[in-house]
Design a protein around this ligand. Structure first.
Ligand code: F6P
Length: 359
């Protein structure tokens, strides 16, 4: 078969491992030929491609980023964009397309599938918030990077008697914040799922310090929200600017600095912020992500050959399965009660027994 491959949306460690697994199993086991479309849906729309052969994938397993590059281009937002994608596939004689991306990329895959294109999706996001699958590759690497940063911040916080706020990625879901916060021994973890009261955060820190501790670590997801009227954007995520990408997402970021200012104002403790940003998405994937990404790639090419189109590879328990794309796109996978209980169990507690993580 002639198979197209593309990577769309924000990059994440492990993309190259997926590409490599698709191409290796496809060529070794099925005698497939591969075309890689560059820069996500833009490459398909504008017919920018490379031959994906064994030379193209040599040595890419440990490399971060994606050899196919990526973009947040949305063909559904361009005049005749989806038609242009279909025309490119026809021009190359592509019989099936493997689209590796998050909900935005996969929403376009679904639209093409509805128009009769043979598409298989592979879920990707460091945020780990795609429905239908237990873990996305890239998440483990991001958590490891954030955990190492929290460990480092710990020693400097301790040395200076400071509160340190660490802002991590997580637009709609706090998976990175809660996993790295638990792994790094944070004292407060704030996630988008639970708007937080800044006065209670300050109380938690004050009480901890009144028990003889002289530093605190706060981990906050970029999409976390103040419940009280601390700034004009209360109740909504903090935005870097008012621009939106082609899928309608605003740029988040800045909550760490606002939080640090408000904590210092309320507690009098010197407070600093570290924003990890794209460091969490860069560099070599962890061993776990290399294996997971490889398994996703193998599952995707098997799905191509079993005709499982309009579907996405998904991890359930320890098994790779196929689910309809529509199931993955139906909602976000937010942090579950199980994980909230874990964080709640080890965090410092206020007097109020109702509190959970984030307060
Ligand atoms: O795709 C997930 C993500 O990493 C979010 O956590 C973050 O808000 C966003 O991407 C950042 O996107 P960009 O790379 O366009 O700045």
């Amino acid at each position: 078969m002639k198979v197209g491959v593309l990577t769309g949306g924000g990059d994440c460690p492990g993309l190259n491992a997926v590409i490599r697994a698709v191409v290796r199993k496809g060529s070794f086991h099925y005698q497939d030929e591969f075309v890689g479309f560059l820069e996500g849906w833009r490459g398909l729309m504008e017919n920018k491609s490379i031959v994906l052969d064994s030379a193209a994938i040599a040595g890419i397993l440990p490399r971060g980023g994606t050899i196919l590059r990526t973009s947040r281009t949305n063909p559904a937002k361009k005049q005749d964009g989806l038609d242009a994608c279909i025309a490119t596939l026809k021009a190359h004689g592509i019989e099936a397309l493997v689209a590796i991306g998050g909900d935005d990329t996969l929403s376009v895959a679904k639209k093409l599938s509805d128009r009769g294109v043979n598409v298989v999706g592979v879920p990707k996001t460091i945020d780990n918030d795609l429905a239908g699958t237990d873990y996305t590759f890239g998440f483990d690497t991001a958590v490891n990077i954030a955990t190492e940063a929290i460990d480092r911040v710990h020693t400097t916080a301790e040395a200076h008697n400071r509160v340190m706020v660490v802002e991590v990625m997580g637009r709609d879901a706090g998976w990175i914040a809660i996993h790295s916060g638990v792994a790094g021994g944070a004292d407060v973890i704030l996630i988008p799922e639970q708007p937080f009261d800044i006065d209670r955060v300050a109380d938690t820190i004050r009480q901890r310090h009144s028990r003889g501790r002289y530093f605190s670590i706060v981990v906050v997801a970029e999409g976390a929200k103040f419940s009280s009227d601390v700034n004009p954007q209360h109740g909504a995520p903090i935005l870097q600017d008012l621009g939106k990408d082609e899928f309608g997402h605003a740029r988040l970021g800045g909550i760490g600095n606002i939080l640090a200012r408000e904590i210092e104002k309320r507690t009098g403790f010197e407070t600093r912020t570290v924003v990890l940003g794209h460091i969490q998405r860069g560099g070599s994937p962890s061993a776990f992500d290399r294996v997971l990404a490889t398994r996703y790639g193998l599952q995707a090419i098997d799905m191509v050959h079993s005709g499982d189109f309009g579907c996405m590879a998904a991890l359930r328990g320890n098994k790779l399965i196929s689910i309809p794309l529509a199931d993955a796109l139906s909602k976000n996978r937010t942090v579950d009660q199980e994980m909230i209980k874990v964080a709640d169990g080890i965090l410092d507690r206020l007097v109020d027994e109702q509190e959970t993580v984030g307060t």
